[in-house]
Design a protein. Structure first.
Length: 267
């Protein structure tokens, strides 16, 4: 395998499948199966999942609620999703541990870095719930921070689209997918990968990010086997697509949504 330890960031909205709200059982089991296949190869897997299918903290202000209170509500939504994923993995006989940024002793272990690393070393899938346990930080930021803390080799951002694009392919027929791009190019081109806090954490700690399509069965394992897919963001990416460089994807095969498809999720 190309990487020994990974941090997989999943979107809460992706768990809805074709539903308008909540958790789609088929999509949940698909994700669990993907993770099981990778963990069985010996790759150490940590997961952060958003809560946008249930509640997002940024909604609070629109409802006239306190933003901090709303963010904590969003953190609890991520715990619900994390518990669902843990249950799905255990149904497939995958050993897991759920560590929370909030103290919820009946259902989660408290997040302790050394404990998380030890679980990974023992071959357990570790799920990080409740973001970082503080308001105003998204689950993208939680994914970046936890990845740095556990010394993951890469952050894999699983989305509904297959990478980062130069423009909205529906509006721009010349839009192409980047195979590789640098952190600096993402900033200069104003591309949406993660929120700025999460992205800066990865940039300053030289932690690469791969944005890829998680909804296609087998993609996660193929990616870790070294197959080229998605978009690699790193300090040394080459940035393929615009500026006269060779397109990587026929525009007619581009996804319906531009760039990364998923907006940064509030913890």
């Amino acid at each position: 395998m190309k990487y020994n330890r990974i941090l997989l960031k999943l979107s809460g909205e992706a768990l809805m499948g074709q539903q308008q709200y909540g958790i789609d059982a088929e999509r949940l089991m698909q994700y669990a199966s993907e993770i099981k296949s990778v963990a069985a190869t010996g790759v150490q897997v940590a997961v952060v999942i958003g809560g946008g299918n249930i509640y997002r903290g940024v909604q609070a202000e629109a409802f006239g609620l306190d933003r901090v209170q709303g963010d904590y509500m969003g953190m609890l939504a991520t715990v619900i999703n994390s518990m669902a994923l843990q249950s799905a993995l255990e149904k497939l006989e995958v050993s897991t541990r759920l560590l929370s940024g909030l103290t919820i002793q009946r259902v989660c272990e408290p997040y302790i870095r050394r404990r998380a690393v030890r679980h990974l070393e023992k071959g357990r899938v570790v799920i990080f719930g409740a973001g970082i346990g503080s308001p105003y930080f998204t689950t993208d930021s939680a994914a970046s921070l936890r990845a740095i803390e556990i010394e993951a080799d890469v952050v894999l951002k699983g989305t509904r689209v297959d990478g980062i694009y130069t423009a909205d392919p529906e509006k721009d027929p010349t839009a192409t997918r980047y195979a590789e791009i640098t952190f600096d190019e993402v900033l200069s081109k104003n591309l949406n990968v993660m929120d700025m806090t999460a992205f800066t954490l990865c940039k300053e700690n030289n932690l690469p990010i791969i944005v890829f399509d998680m909804n296609t069965p087998g993609n996660l394992e193929r990616l870790l086997n070294g197959e080229s897919m998605g978009t690699l963001v790193s300090a040394g990416g080459t940035g393929t697509g615009r500026d006269g460089r060779k397109p990587l994807l026929d525009p007619k095969h581009s996804p319906l949504q531009p760039l990364v498809g998923n907006q940064p999720e509030q913890a």
